[in-house]
Write a protein of this length. Structure first.
Length: 206
């Protein structure tokens, strides 16, 4: 049986105490400023009762244009790679690769929020900004029941993303904590290219 991609489960600044008149605009500017992000991640999914039903960790790299590489190391190795057009899921222990067209809709693939030049999706959410002394948090609540989440919480520290939490209509939530975060550094394009190893089953769903 195929494992569900961690992408969907998958992935604010230390400004002074200030009340912003337009948090949607503040968030849009912040997200667009992220040309690239590299980080370690810890991901935890909880059910509606608050019980942990899935936990994983690894590292990620992403940059503008729909490029990302997410390597899960625990509890089992999995590699997700997108080159702006194609999206590859490689399950090493299953010796299997699935390739699909990359969905460029941030409401379906939230990780594409970071570095996106198209922030029009924010119009579908009510955005609240909470400023603390060490971080800024944005809370996005869906205006209509579309997309995979009804609430998204983004936390930033010194203009760097530090966590993301997604909650769906069934009360399940996925929390992603980012550490060792580096933003706007050069990442070679070769990191977003994928070639299936010999002997691996390739399933093309494009």
């Amino acid at each position: 049986m195929l494992r569900p991609s961690k992408l969907i489960l998958l992935f604010v600044l230390a400004w002074p105490f200030t009340v912003y008149a337009d948090p949607e605009k503040e968030l849009a500017v912040l997200l667009e400023s992220l040309g690239s992000v590299q980080a370690q991640f810890e991901q935890t999914t909880l059910n509606s009762h608050g019980d942990v039903i899935n936990a994983s960790n690894g590292n990620l790299q992403l940059k503008k244009g729909g490029f990302f590489r997410i390597e899960t190391t625990d509890p089992f190795p999995q590699l997700l790679v997108a080159d702006g057009t194609d999206f590859y899921t490689f399950d090493q222990d299953l010796e299997q690769v699935i390739v699909r067209w990359l969905v460029r809709d941030v409401k379906q693939v939230p990780i594409l929020l970071f570095g996106s030049s198209d922030q029009s999706f924010l119009q579908d959410y009510h955005v609240t900004q909470v400023n603390e002394t060490t971080y800024t948090q944005f809370i996005l609540e869906a205006r209509t029941p579309e997309g995979i989440f009804e609430m998204l919480i983004l936390k930033f520290i010194r203009q760097k993303p530090s966590s993301m939490e997604m909650r769906d209509s069934l009360g399940q939530s996925t929390r992603i904590k980012l550490t060792s975060v580096t933003t706007n550094s050069l990442i070679d394009d070769s990191r977003f290219k994928f070639t299936a190893p010999e002997g691996i089953d390739l399933i093309d769903d494009r």
